[in-house]
Design a protein around this ligand. Structure first.
Ligand SMILES: Nc1ncnc2c1ncn2[C@@H]1O[C@H](COP(=O)(O)OP(=O)(O)OP(=O)(O)O)[C@@H](O)[C@H]1O
Ligand SMILES: [Mg+2]
Length: 368
């Protein structure tokens, strides 16, 4: 097992900066998720760890070793892709065994030369991988006779069998249907808990990030925005990009201003909200700000300080989403059960001061 450290790592393709001066330390044994929209540089970052892309600038380490110029085969990591491409003519057993056949391993101590595994050693590794991934009943089958989820587990077993220092995974669940994806998420977390190997997992799906990660690194346009536990990035997003990328429905972010007396957030005719605690510096009276409030923190409450006009109610079974205007700022409220509200109805809405997020209107950075 090993840590993976990016130190000001940049990847350029001609004029395109795919990864821009990335500083990130992935701790030994953690499940790190690289999260961001399409094109933000996630796959490029992962491929640099694997050694499949040259590094334009900066230093990449696996453990203590600088690997900028180390051959992919000598990095001791394995990668699982979205298309897991098993060999169709081989049994599950052979598929899992395949990466062990060609490679040489340092098995007899660091001073001894690397060698291939014996067939007995290979059989032991395959048996272990099959046990860990619950594939024992299927070892004699061919991939065509497996479900999508079972095939995905074979791909994971094939990555696992070499006992890598780290697993790299690039959107490995995106070919699965929603139900299987949810189930495989749980299996991956369980696998990680049992083997403890460092995982670097790339996805654009914030639900995968929130449910599986030890820590999440949120990227946008080649730049790291924020890194922290799922709870951290959800509770204290560093800017409006992270605020709106994490959480479904996303955080409401609307234009507002600091009230003339400097003590509240002014939403015009919709009313005022208390300033959150912990402001680094009290913004000037009248200063434009972006107000952020999560849909579940806008609650219907006759004593609330805001007045909203209902546009529509969407009932989702266990909860409903209410689209409403706060003086022409469209926001979403989320509440349990069903709200019986007609479009056009005026409602009172309350927000706890602790749930008010403020961002600088110009830089979009968090003010608390
Ligand atoms: N070989 C290449 N040549 C030129 N530009 C490239 C190359 N590979 C990637 N890029 C560019 O680098 C940027 C980052 O690409 P990357 O594949 O890392 O994004 P991603 O975050 O994995 O996106 P997705 O979620 O769509 O997979 C994109 O703008 C992409 O067009
Ligand atoms: Mg990608």
């Amino acid at each position: 097992m090993a840590s993976v450290t990016f130190d000001a790592v940049t990847k350029r393709y001609g004029d395109v900066v795919a990864v821009d001066s990335l500083d990130l330390e992935i701790v030994d044994g953690e499940f790190m998720v690289l999260l961001g929209p399409s094109g933000c540089g996630k796959t490029t970052a992962l491929r640099m760890i694997a050694g499949l892309e040259d590094i334009s600038d900066g230093t990449l380490r696996i453990g203590d070793r600088v690997v900028n110029d180390v051959d992919p085969a000598r990095r001791d990591i394995s990668m699982v892709f979205q298309s897991y491409a098993l060999y169709p003519h081989m049994t599950v057993q052979r598929n899992i065994e395949s990466p062990l056949l060609a490679r040489h391993y340092h098995l007899d101590g660091p001073d001894q030369p690397a060698r291939k595994l014996t067939s007995a050693e290979r059989a032991e590794r395959v048996a272990e991988a099959a046990r860990v991934l619950d594939l024992e009943p299927y070892l004699k089958r061919k991939p065509a006779a497996l479900s999508g989820g079972q095939r995905q587990r074979v791909a994971l077993a094939r990555a696992f069998v070499g006992r890598p220092q780290a697993f790299l995974m690039d959107e490995p669940l995106s070919n699965l249907d929603a139900k299987l994806r949810a189930q495989t998420r749980i299996e991956l977390v369980d696998l990680h808990r049992r083997v403890g190997t460092t995982v670097v997992y790339v996805t654009h799906d914030q639900v995968e990030a929130m449910t599986m990660a030890t820590r999440v690194a949120v990227m946008s346009m080649g730049k790291l925005q924020q890194v922290g536990t799922p709870q951290d990035v959800y509770a204290k997003p560093i800017n409006t990009f992270v605020a709106q990328f994490i959480g479904t429905p996303p955080m409401n972010c609307v234009d507002a201003a600091i009230a003339a007396d400097g003590t509240a957030v002014d939403l015009g005719a919709a009313g005022r909200l208390p300033l959150p605690a912990g402001l680094q510096a009290r913004p000037a009276a009248g200063a434009p700000v972006v107000l952020g409030v999560r849909p579940e923190h806008l609650t219907l409450d006759p004593a609330g300080s805001l007045t909203a006009v209902v546009r529509a109610v969407e009932w989702l079974g266990h909860e409903c989403l209410i689209a409403a205007d706060l003086d022409d700022r469209l926001v979403t409220l989320r509440q349990a059960g069903m709200a019986i509200l007609e479009p056009g109805a005026e409602v009172k809405v309350a927000v706890d001061a602790a749930d008010v997020h403020l961002f600088d209107a110009e830089t979009t950075e968090r003010l608390t």
